[in-house]
Design a protein around this ligand. Structure first.
Ligand SMILES: CC(C)(COP(=O)(O)OP(=O)(O)OC[C@H]1O[C@@H](n2cnc3c(N)ncnc32)[C@H](O)[C@@H]1OP(=O)(O)O)[C@@H](O)C(=O)NCCC(=O)NCCS
Length: 172
């Protein structure tokens, strides 16, 4: 099946809300707030319209990735997530296609690093490693292996600093 990755539009918002809620409903780590988080971030200064991506198959949205701006120390970087794929479309590369597209766009926009909090069994295949190994620190009380970063540009090997999220994330 052909998967098209494109930017979200306001006409997609309702469908995305339901998709994110549905995808996270069966995720044991979910706090049930991810669809509201998307709405808060969309309305915030961290929102990057170029990096709010839907994956579409046969005219139906099956996946969503929101990538927003954060800072590491004083340096702008991006945070990946929420990432959600409809249960019926999982396991065939939709999540990976969204992440790769997001990385490519963020790189073109000049960002050097992406960070995320997520599954240590999933994200390393896209180049993520514990953020601490790049000098990137978080104030979040989370296992080191789940707080990850990925360099987006050649030569981006270290970025010393603490990650600061916009208040809309509700985590700082
Ligand atoms: C995580 C998620 C986005 C992955 O999307 P996807 O389109 O199924 O992922 P892909 O097809 O690109 O990759 C599938 C691979 O990832 C693995 N995988 C999927 N979810 C995983 C998880 N939570 N932990 C570890 N591995 C996982 C699959 O086993 C599969 O492995 P394989 O390629 O070795 O067979 C999707 O399962 C989802 O929406 N889950 C609920 C919401 C969620 O957890 N979001 C991420 C928050 S960190």
């Amino acid at each position: 099946m052909k998967t098209v990755i494109r930017r979200e539009t306001p006409e997609d918002y309702k469908e995305i809300y339901t998709l994110v809620k549905t995808a996270f409903a069966s995720a044991e780590h979910s706090d049930g707030d991810e669809q509201e988080l998307v709405e808060r971030l969309r309305a915030s200064s961290a929102y990057l319209p170029e990096l709010a991506l839907v994956a579409e198959e046969d005219g139906e949205i099956v996946g969503y990735l929101l990538v927003t701006e954060i800072t590491v120390g004083e340096t702008p970087a991006v945070a990946v997530g929420p990432l959600a794929v409809l249960p019926c479309a999982q396991g065939r590369g939709v999540g990976g296609a969204l992440i790769r597209a997001g990385h490519e766009i963020a790189r073109e926009m000049g960002y050097g690093f992406s960070v995320l909090l997520g599954h240590a069994g999933y994200y390393p295949r896209f180049g993520y490693r514990p953020a601490s190994s790049f000098g990137i620190r978080t104030k979040l009380d989370v296992p080191d292996e789940n707080y990850m970063a990925c360099p987006l540009r050649e030569g981006a090997s270290r970025l010393e600093g603490v990650v600061r999220y916009p208040k809309e994330w509700g985590i700082e």
